[in-house]
Design a protein. Structure first.
Length: 349
């Protein structure tokens, strides 16, 4: 196979190699007419850019490494889809890795991405991750990195997260204001920032209205279907059912749906369920799931945009964290009470 070089295109068009190089890079020095002429010739001759040479010249690979916990979760699939779209617009390539919610796989993925000389990293932690050593190495070798959704706090990496506590308080204003007072929580791991903050929102909301925080109604676990199923079964066998279950995400909610169906408890007449989720999936639940709505595409776009701005030195110093607001969408998984719909104040038990 013959490798077509820029000099070959230059000879064919009777122009300098510098002109061809600039045209292929869409440089403003070159007219649109010449750019189109060079591009047509390059395509016709079968020219393929020498990425290694470009990397040596610029000391950049124009690649971004992404680490997500799971792609079976459509939330992460949509986040990544948005990241890829935006990276492509900015002429960067994406290398996607999946940790499968395992700390060891996550560490290996990051080591491999470092070895590939990526220009920056976007990381969402696995539910197992506790060791910060790999991230200390990233900081030491000065690779730009952004945590998104799940993050280590106080590591001095920028984060792009949802305003989980405020989102919970807004949701509980409406749920408790409607007259519900007996609410359980299927929580994620408290060692993970989203589990910690969403549980904090739940507890703060109960205390705001003078409602007790019942430890036997808080079930800490993971972020998957099985965790929601197992938590519901524990709650069911405990025998003292609440009116409402508040879940750490929609996958845990779906696990609770499956367990409720198995136990013969109807939603919402037997028990109501709501949790964090996003609008693309709520109507896939039967009945549709009430959610604190999170926009995965917005998270993906803002995370990659921030990282590329850091890589391209468009931000001086440490960039500010991005906190994305949420909205409460009341769907059919919680009955609307006709009575007692005024906000409840200062309950005494």
């Amino acid at each position: 196979m013959v490798n077509i070089r820029q000099s070959d295109i230059a000879r064919k068009l009777n122009v300098s190699r510098v002109t061809v190089s600039k045209a292929l890079r869409d440089h403003p020095d070159i007219s649109q007419e010449m750019k189109q002429k060079v591009l047509r010739a390059a395509k016709r001759m079968g020219y393929v850019p020498n990425l290694i040479a470009a990397q040596l010249n610029t000391r950049k690979t124009f690649t971004i490494g992404i680490v997500v916990p799971d792609l079976e979760n459509s939330f992460f699939a949509l986040v990544v889809d948005s990241m890829i779209d935006f990276a492509t617009e900015r002429k960067y390539h994406v290398i996607l890795t999946v940790s499968r919610e395992k700390e060891t796989i996550e560490q290996l993925n990051i080591e491999n991405l470092i070895g590939m000389r990526v220009d920056g990293l976007l990381v969402c932690l696995s539910q197992e991750t506790r060791d910060k050593e790999i991230f200390s190495r990233v900081k030491k070798i000065k690779i730009p990195m952004i945590f998104f959704d799940r993050a280590f706090e106080k590591m001095d990496f920028p984060v792009v997260v949802f305003d989980d506590k405020a989102g919970a308080l807004d949701a509980f204003d409406q749920v408790i204001g409607s007259g519900y007072t007996r609410i359980a929580h299927f929580a994620g791991y408290s060692s993970v920032n989203i589990g910690k903050r969403r549980a904090a929102g739940y507890k703060s909301a109960l205390r705001k209205y003078g409602l007790p925080v019942r430890r036997e109604w808080i079930f800490e676990g993971g972020f998957g279907l099985k965790d929601g199923y197992d938590s519901f079964m524990k709650l069911f066998h405990h025998g003292d059912l609440p009116e409402i279950i508040f879940t750490v995400n929609d996958r845990v909610a779906l696990g609770a749906y499956n367990a409720a169906r198995e136990c013969g408890i109807k939603i919402p007449s037997g028990i109501g369920i709501f949790g964090y989720g996003f609008s693309e999936t709520t109507d896939m639940f039967q009945p549709p799931l009430t959610i604190i709505n999170q926009d995965p595409r917005k998270m993906g776009q803002q995370a990659i945009s921030l990282l590329l701005d850091v890589i391209e030195n468009k931000i001086s110093g440490r960039p500010d964290d991005i906190i994305i607001k949420e909205e409460f969408l009341w769907k059919e998984s919680i009955l609307r009470k006709e009575k007692n719909n005024k906000k409840i104040q200062n309950f005494k038990f």
